[in-house]
Design a protein around this ligand. Structure first.
Ligand code: HXC
Length: 257
């Protein structure tokens, strides 16, 4: 497909998606959303692709939703178009994906990074929800996902002041899985993605469903859900393959079935 705002490369079983609006610090306009929905759906549908990395530039992962696109909209337009509708299609991706953040991840940029299954940061990363400085609030999940990730104390402070959090604080707070030197960010993200891509594909999808269920269910429901998915994998060829390969001391060959 021909995209205007993102670059897409297949690297073996890993799809690398790079936000590419350098003149606007990768601000997320409706074209970016449309193209991301398309590329994530294609990724999910392609049996040959088993992990995806979403990254930006050295200066910015994304400096937010596109302020210039929103500035003149009124309530009726925002409400009628259900502005930001569509991002839930990105979060509905069933296969795992990673956000690799260098530079600014602000507003919608921080919110998209938090939609990822794993967030890794360069030591240059800066996270923030500065919407309050524009007279609004987070609108793509920031007030919820940031609170889940780092707790009320810091989330409330970040959203009410709009201050930025650097990479070290983000790691300390549990927002990111890992911080790496900026020069290694994409290579490290791809290495992590390749590791995930080498796992049994159905088990990877089930794992993602299980962990995400922890945010939607009670503990008892979540544990029951986990166990049922675990049982379900015993209907897969890859469970037989994985366990017989272990016993035979050989490498498993996954079929994704
Ligand atoms: C549209 C943006 C943009 C954005 C930057 N640009 N962020 N355009 N939407 N979110 C544009 C600038 O207008 C400028 O274009 C170019 O990118 C370079 O930005 P500069 O400001 O010149 O760069 P710099 O001085 O290095 O400052 C970087 C920055 C600053 C600190 C990240 O750009 C900034 O504060 N951006 C806005 C951050 C923000 O408030 N994000 C939240 C957005 S609201 P020109 O044409 O002048 O060169 C949001 C809400 C979601 O995400 C839900 C609720 C509505």
């Amino acid at each position: 497909a021909d995209y205007q705002t993102i670059l897409v490369e297949a690297k073996g079983a890993v799809t690398l998606v790079t936000l590419n609006r350098p003149d606007a610090l990768n601000a997320l306009n409706s074209t970016v959303l449309k193209e991301l929905i398309d590329v994530f759906a294609a990724y999910d549908a392609d049996d040959g692709q088993r992990c995806l990395v979403l990254t930006g530039s050295e200066k910015a992962f994304a400096a937010g939703a596109d302020i210039k696109e929103m500035a003149d909209q009124g309530f009726a337009q925002m409400y009628a178009s259900n502005f930001f509708q569509g991002w839930e299609k990105v979060t509905a991706t069933r296969k795992p994906w990673i956000a690799a953040v260098a530079g600014y991840a602000l507003g919608g940029g921080c919110e998209v990074a938090m939609m990822a299954d794993i967030l890794i940061a360069a030591d240059t990363a800066k996270f923030g929800q500065p919407e309050i400085k524009l007279g609004v609030t987070p609108g793509m999940g920031g007030s919820q996902r940031l609170t889940h990730a780092i707790g009320k104390a810091k989330a409330m402070e970040m959203c009410l002041t709009g201050r930025m959090m650097d990479a070290a604080e983000a790691e300390r707070s549990g927002l990111v899985a890992r911080v790496v030197p900026a020069a290694d960010l994409v290579a490290e993200a791809l290495k992590l993605a390749e590791t995930i891509a080498s796992m049994a594909p159905l088990a990877a999808i089930a794992t993602k469903e299980q962990v995400n269920a922890a945010y939607e269910m009670t503990l008892a429901q979540g544990i029951n859900f986990e166990r049922r998915l675990f049982h379900g994998l015993f209907g897969s060829k890859d469970q037989k393959e994985g366990m017989s390969a272990f016993v035979a001391k050989r490498k498993a060959e996954w079929t994704g079935r």
